[in-house]
Design a protein around this ligand. Structure first.
Ligand SMILES: *[C@@H]1O[C@H](CO)[C@@H](O)[C@H](O)[C@H]1NC(C)=O
Ligand SMILES: *[C@@H]1O[C@H](CO)[C@@H](O)[C@H](O)[C@H]1NC(C)=O
Ligand SMILES: *[C@@H]1O[C@H](CO)[C@@H](O)[C@H](O)[C@H]1NC(C)=O
Ligand SMILES: *[C@@H]1O[C@H](CO)[C@@H](O)[C@H](O)[C@H]1NC(C)=O
Ligand SMILES: *[C@@H]1O[C@H](CO)[C@@H](O)[C@H](O)[C@H]1NC(C)=O
Ligand SMILES: *[C@@H]1O[C@H](CO)[C@@H](O)[C@H](O)[C@H]1NC(C)=O
Ligand SMILES: *[C@@H]1O[C@H](CO)[C@@H](O)[C@H](O)[C@H]1NC(C)=O
Ligand SMILES: *[C@@H]1O[C@H](CO)[C@@H](O)[C@H](O)[C@H]1NC(C)=O
Ligand SMILES: *[C@@H]1O[C@H](CO)[C@@H](O)[C@H](O)[C@H]1NC(C)=O
Ligand SMILES: *[C@@H]1O[C@H](CO)[C@@H](O)[C@H](O)[C@H]1NC(C)=O
Ligand SMILES: *[C@@H]1O[C@H](CO)[C@@H](O)[C@H](O)[C@H]1NC(C)=O
Length: 742
């Protein structure tokens, strides 16, 4: 991927040396000391072997230093290609919780499972953006806003690494569509790069992430990009860990384009071979030769090996790390000891599933259910895949309840609770009769099932994933934002015969709901997203009120795909596909706000079974206008002074209804118009449990960095001069309290 920086930036970056590790963090310090002392015991082949994976994702052992090798494994939502492990809710769902505790706990639980299987490096979390709403892999990440994505990245990494597993922040950087992903150029200007796309990686480095994976691509390959790998990541963010390339298991070329990628800051190549099964690697013996010929300096190989060893030491993997006990390529292999690593994670998964469910419409108190006599359940998404939940390769099909998208970012389900099973079981407590029709296209059966029932649930979906698979004509990215399987027709049919129709949506991202959302017979809309293995149980916790809904949309649901600022570029180019990020800072709600477009449901929106009031806003502390951050240099964007809290935003929440529950308050700032920033920018959120009639004071902090924009001329963070507005509310548009800083 190549980048069109301003000339000033190009000049600044041209002055950089190839950045070697410069330790400036206490956590990394000890790891580097150990790495440097063992490095002295290695010859060139050993050092290169540390950097070269051979096909399985395993780095070989080096007995001389007691190095037991590294096993790298997908994915960002659970251990891929094994058994007796969990299928966690997708990144987009944990984002919808707006709850840091749950983000962290999910990371901890995933870390426990990767460790239990002997995996040293989990290839996640994924933090690319839902820039275009149809983006195929956006569900693996945290949605359309950098702040929420950054918090998702930070908490997930902190959780994973607390278990001694190395996390991988991916994919660095500007990888937001599947079409031509191996041969495209994302053209991103320097301010945009800093304020949006770099932010989750900055938070990842703050979480001491051990490794970063670069995106695929072509043009100037992302893995070969001096400006981003060395300039942004290793210099400006002072990243101490290991940089590895994106990799493919079966059907693609690797993303490492050449041996000299080493000179551009790449530290490790995966899977290691130039093409599947080849015995030649871009690194391996080729890298040994390059050092001997002088095209790659040995000091660079030393730096690569040091970074890789340091990550291993950072997480304490040199002592007592469990050996790999499964074979991702062959589940029947004798290597597979079928170690059950699920622990009690099912209950956390169920909780996250419920906490990430977004209630979007609830008329006539349709929900929570109150002992209905009859329930009709309509739609294939309510039931199982008759051949089992893992039957489709890389989950590349949309049959039965949709718990995750498709591609490498998936994991096997140990089991998958369907809505039909969960509702049927739960309804027995009330003596409710349940009827069902699971054929999406049999509209007569749908009408029969819905007709005369106290409540009719219609389940619809939209799926997407990695571009290596095409599912129902969608080549990774979605072709449009319509519900799949004529979902609109199914809803309309059910609503034509039942005046209490509740729509449940399992989806990778927004779908357009205009065909039926204003139909008065559609009394409810429940956004279940991609909840993982406990899908049905999480859903009944919401439907029956065991969990008071508190999930919020991590993206905007527009009335039309044309309402969004950016789209997938589906052109078939001669050569490289150009993807100009010409919407700039105005993605997702920032565009809807700027262009004054009314969405169907705005970013951050979600209903509760109770009501909350907001009061007593106090904005304290200050920051001087035009306050410049540290000047450009090693680690300048991570300088602690930039990230220390300087402004506090305090306010009071009161539960004014009759039911206990969480409110999800959000803090948006409005920078002076001269800064040409979006009208509202998310900079804080919380998830606050409050009993009926009670109040809680909430406090959110803002740092100088939070209030800054990136000055492309001075190459530093600066607070724009002028008045900065503060808005606290229940969504990006439901503004409850406003104030100013200073
Ligand atoms: C990367 O930057 C360094 C320092 O400016 C320069 O020596 C090197 O040639 C650059 N590499 C590429 C591939 O541009
Ligand atoms: C390391 O960090 C400290 C403060 O965190 C800073 O004063 C110092 O300049 C940094 N050193 C380098 C080499 O960046
Ligand atoms: C490097 O050291 C390893 C032992 O750690 C040994 O097996 C290998 O032969 C050595 N290679 C060279 C080129 O000396
Ligand atoms: C390897 O382990 C052995 C046995 O515990 C120990 O004596 C030796 O010092 C270790 N070597 C290194 C390089 O850590
Ligand atoms: C069925 O519902 C009962 C009562 O709510 C619950 O205890 C049980 O675990 C449920 N069984 C399944 C398989 O979900
Ligand atoms: C709403 O449902 C009732 C049946 O309960 C049906 O008679 C009516 O036509 C429906 N209205 C719409 C707008 O579909
Ligand atoms: C919905 O339809 C039922 C009959 O199926 C009827 O008893 C009820 O009054 C209707 N409710 C509304 C709000 O129209
Ligand atoms: C890079 O893209 C060009 C143009 O599509 C293509 O010819 C070339 O094979 C690609 N290289 C890789 C490694 O994918
Ligand atoms: C789409 O790609 C084509 C071919 O590279 C390019 O000319 C065009 O500007 C791109 N358009 C958008 C909107 O991304
Ligand atoms: C997050 O969710 C958990 C589980 O529902 C809840 O206990 C907690 O209060 C929520 N908020 C925070 C900040 O942890
Ligand atoms: C805001 O809340 C924080 C954290 O509770 C507290 O330390 C601070 O004193 C509060 N500020 C004001 C002005 O109330």
């Amino acid at each position: 991927m190549k980048f069109s920086y301003s000339s000033v930036v190009t000049a600044a970056i041209a002055l950089l040396p190839v950045v070697s590790a410069q330790v400036n963090s206490s956590e990394w310090n000890a790891a580097y000391a150990k790495a440097k002392s063992t490095l002295a015991l290695l010859n060139l082949s050993d050092k290169v072997s540390l950097a070269t994976g051979y096909c399985t994702g395993n780095i070989p052992t080096i007995p001389a230093i007691n190095f037991t090798g590294l096993c790298l494994e997908d994915s960002a939502l659970g251990v891929k290609d094994t058994d007796y492990s969990s299928a966690f809710p997708a990144g987009i769902n944990v984002a919808a919780t707006f709850n840091r505790t749950l983000m962290r706990q999910r990371g901890v639980a995933m870390g426990q499972e990767f460790r239990g299987k002997g995996v040293n490096i989990q290839l996640g979390p994924m933090m690319n953006f839902m820039r275009a709403p149809a983006s195929g892999r956006a569900w693996e990440g945290f949605g359309g806003d950098p702040y929420l994505s950054g918090e998702g990245a930070f908490e997930t990494i902190t959780g994973i690494q607390s278990q001694g597993v190395q996390a991988v922040a991916k994919h660095f950087i500007d990888y937001e569509q599947e079409h031509s992903r191996m041969s495209s150029s994302s053209n991103v200007d320097d301010r945009l790069q800093h304020e949006i796309y770099l932010h989750p990686f900055l938070r990842s480095v703050q979480a001491n992430v051990a490794a970063v994976m670069c995106s695929y691509i072509n043009g100037t390959y992302a893995c070969e990009n001096n400006a981003t790998l060395n300039g942004l990541l290793k210099y400006e963010l002072a990243f101490q860990g290991c940089k590895l390339n994106g990799w493919f298991r079966y059907d693609d070329w690797t993303a490492t384009p050449s041996t000299t990628s080493a000179n551009d800051g790449l530290d490790m190549t995966m899977p290691g071979d130039i093409f599947p099964g080849s015995i030649v690697s871009w690194f391996g013996e080729s890298l040994v030769l390059a050092v001997q010929l002088g095209t790659v300096p040995e000091s660079r190989v030393d730096d690569m090996a040091t970074r890789i060893l340091a990550g291993w030491y950072l997480l304490g993997q040199e002592q007592g790390y469990p050996p790999v006990n499964f074979d991702s390529k062959d589940p029947l292999s004798s290597v597979n000891q079928h170690v059950n690593v699920q622990g009690d994670h099912a209950s956390l998964i169920r909780t996250i599933g419920a906490a990430s469910t977004v209630l979007l419409k609830n008329e006539n108190n349709a929900l929570p259910l109150n002992k209905p006599k009859t329930i009709g359940i309509i739609g294939n998404d309510a039931g199982p895949n008759p051949l089992g939940p893992n039957i489709c390769i890389a989950k590349g099909c949309d049959i039965g309840i949709l718990g995750m998208g498709w591609g490498s970012g998936t994991a096997n389900y140990p089991y998958l609770i369907t809505p039909l099973d969960a509702i049927t079981n739960r309804s027995s407590l009330d003596g409710t009769q349940v009827y069902s029709s699971l054929d999406d296209f049999d509209l007569d059966a749908a009408a029969d099932t819905a007709s005369g029932k106290d409540v009719a649930f219609v389940f619809i979906t939209a799926d997407s994933g990695e571009g290596s698979l095409t599912v129902e004509g969608n080549a990774g990215d979605r072709n449009n934002l319509q519900a799949w399987h004529s979902g609109d027709a199914l809803v309309e049919k059910v609503a034509s015969v039942n005046n209490n129709t509740i729509v449940v949506v399992n989806t990778v991202g927004p779908i357009v709901v205009e065909a039926w959302i204003d139909n008065p017979n559609v009394t409810g809309l429940v956004w279940s997203g991609l909840p993982g293995e406990e899908a049905g149980n999480s859903l009944i916790d919401i439907l029956y009120g065991a969990y008071n809904p508190s999930g919020r949309l991590p993206y905007t649901i527009g009335k039309s795909i044309d309402d969004y600022a950016a789209q997938i570029n589906t052109s078939i180019p001669i050569g490289i596909l150009e993807i100009p990020y010409s919407e700039g800072l105005f993605i997702d709600y920032r565009h809807f706000d700027e262009a004054n477009i009314t969405p169907r449901y705005e970013y951050g929106f979600g209903l509760s079974y109770t009501t909350f009031s907001y009061s007593d806003l106090i904005v304290s502390g200050s920051v001087s206008g035009a306050a410049p951050g540290p000047s450009y240099g090693f680690g300048s964007s991570l300088d602690p002074s930039l990230h220390a809290p300087v402004v506090f935003v305090n306010f009071t929440l009161t539960n004014t209804g009759n039911i206990a529950g969480h409110e999800t308050p959000q803090l948006y700032i409005s920078l002076p118009a001269s800064s040409q920033s979006p009208p509202y920018i998310l900079k804080g959120f919380d998830s606050v449990f409050i009993n009926p009639g009670e109040s809680r004071e909430v406090s959110m902090e803002l740092s100088q960095y939070d209030l800054s924009i990136w000055n492309v001329v001075t190459q530093r963070w600066e607070v724009p001069s002028g008045t900065i507005g503060v808005t606290v509310g229940a969504s990006s548009r439901d503004h409850r309290l406003t104030g100013v800083i200073g």
